[in-house]
Design a protein around this ligand. Structure first.
Ligand code: FRU
Length: 496
């Protein structure tokens, strides 16, 4: 049965979404129908397609009472919008249906697990937020909340842990048909942990183990955990709150971290740790395994600290990253755009061995919706820096600047048209190969996703630049460089 609250959200979309022209949205990145979105949820296979849900508040462009919006796709590039899936319409989730996961059941139903939020006023007047895990089951469009909800509560967490921070279940099915879920939680020391649960039928869950705990080292509360095997390793992904900056690897605030390690007999051993994305706008990443066995990750292309900085008169706010294929190479998590993007490659412009001294434009190389790879190599004497300027006109520019002396890449969006005094610059360490650096840049109107050296590092940014600023230039400082450029337009009308 569709509750009044859910119907209201669906009606609201039906009434107002048609007013938003396609030109107000990115071409191939997921947005909400209208209003605000944050985390990706329930990214999973269902009946031959890929489903994605998201944290959703249709009624305004600010975070508020959380619903689950819903889209699906066959190729991660063209998405179909589906009716709002969940509304906060029960006592146990009256203050929000927070993040969670989804899985296809053997009987063909789709099982969603999400965090139900209920604010309760204590005797002394303080508001506390209880978080429990809840189930809803459906057919890929309509979902019924389970009569046994909530299925996991404060009674199911280790003693001393906090029932107030117990959220974001990510679930999957094991080869033996049982279900597992990892859930973020806060331990007695005030920092995060990832708990694992197990179920035979998807409805009755029991605690298995603490997969890992933060111990105040990488941020505080760990949100949105994910846990999966990849290329012979086990990967734990978390989105920590309240990180302290550490060198150029971890920035302060809401972070995104991958621990690479091993998982044996329900014991996780960390071997390596790294940031997942070195940009500004990347959080709450979630992965899934595709029908052809690829591990694909998507994230919210925003940042809590800057999410109040919205373009004036926006009707939609927030979008997802381009889904990325994950692999492990030389002990690092590698990310590349899903290969399906290449099916939509349109007009191609390519140059090789172009000598750059000063600032140069290359005929045919401009635009705001594109997939472009630039390889930079030194020529003759050392050069001071190479700069790739994009989304540029007389007033605006966003640049990627590489300084070979330090092997540091800097992305600066200070002049992208943003009107807020928030973080606009990120710097991170890269690893050139034989003095060469390779930058793949995917742009979709107001986003910029950078993949360095075949996915060794990724950095994601939202820019606020008017679309008319579409110039791209190549610039050498203190010397000369040689560049190869391959640029594709992206054309969604092409038959994939
Ligand atoms: C992460 C997060 C989750 C929570 C959701 C609420 O961005 O804070 O922990 O479930 O957003 O919208």
């Amino acid at each position: 049965m569709t509750s009044e609250k859910l119907q209201q959200a669906r009606d609201f979309e039906a009434q107002y979404v048609p007013f938003i022209p396609d030109s107000e949205r990115p071409l191939f990145h997921v947005t909400g129908g209208i209003g605000w979105i944050n985390d990706p949820n329930g990214f999973s296979c269902y009946k031959g397609e890929y489903h994605l849900f998201y944290q959703y508040h249709p009624y305004s462009t600010k975070w508020n009472s959380m619903h689950w919006g819903h889209v699906k796709t066959r190729d991660f590039i063209r998405w179909e919008r589906l009716p709002v899936a969940l509304a906060p319409d029960q006592e146990y989730d009256r203050d929000g249906c927070f993040s969670g996961g989804a899985v296809e059941m053997p009987d063909g139903r789709q099982l969603l697990m999400y965090t139900g939020v209920q604010r309760v006023r204590r005797e002394d007047g303080l508001l506390e937020e209880y978080q429990t895990q809840c189930i809803a089951v459906g057919d890929g469009v309509d979902y019924e909340k389970y009569e046994g909800d909530p299925v996991l509560t404060g009674a199911d967490i280790p003693e001393g842990n906090s029932p107030l921070d117990f959220r974001d279940p990510k679930l999957w099915r094991e080869p033996d048909g049982t279900y597992r879920a990892v859930v973020g939680n806060r331990t007695a020391d005030g920092s995060g942990a990832v708990l694992m649960y197990k179920s035979e039928d998807g409805f009755h869950w029991r605690f298995v183990t603490v997969v890992d705990a933060c111990r105040n080292e990488y941020g505080l509360m760990w949100e949105c955990p994910d846990f999966f095997p990849l290329d012979g390793k086990q990967v734990l992904v978390v989105s920590p709150q309240d990180m302290l900056a550490l060198g150029l690897e971890f920035h302060a605030g809401n972070g995104n971290i991958a621990f690479l390690g091993s998982w044996e007999h329900d014991r996780f051993t960390r071997e390596k740790v790294q940031s997942i994305d070195y940009g500004i706008d990347f959080y709450a990443a979630q992965t899934m395994e595709t029908y052809d066995g690829r591990r694909v990750m998507i994230a919210w292309m925003q940042n809590w600290a800057t999410s109040n900085c919205q373009p004036l008169n926006a009707r939609i706010f927030g979008e997802m990253t381009l889904p990325r294929e994950l692999t492990i190479r030389n002990g690092r998590l590698i990310q590349n755009p899903v290969r399906e993007l290449e099916h939509y490659h349109g007009h191609r412009v390519a140059y090789s061995d172009v000598l750059i001294t000063g600032e140069t434009n290359l005929p045919g190389v401009s635009g705001r919706i594109l997939d472009m790879t630039v390889t930079v190599r030194p020529v003759g004497n050392a050069y001071h820096a190479f700069r790739l300027n994009v989304a540029k006109d007389g007033e605006h520019v966003t640049y990627i600047r590489y300084k070979p002396e330090m092997n540091v890449l800097r992305v600066d969006r200070s002049r992208c048209g943003i009107r807020y005094d928030v973080v606009h610059v990120r710097e991170f360490q890269v690893r050139p190969r034989n003095g060469e650096i390779k930058l793949r840049l995917v742009m979709d109107r107001h986003s910029l996703e950078l993949f360095v050296n075949d996915g060794e590092q990724a950095a994601t940014f939202i820019i606020y630049t008017p679309e008319t600023a579409d110039s791209i230039s190549f610039q050498a400082e203190g010397g000369a460089v040689l560049v190869d450029v391959e640029k594709y337009e992206l054309d969604l009308d092409k038959e994939a």
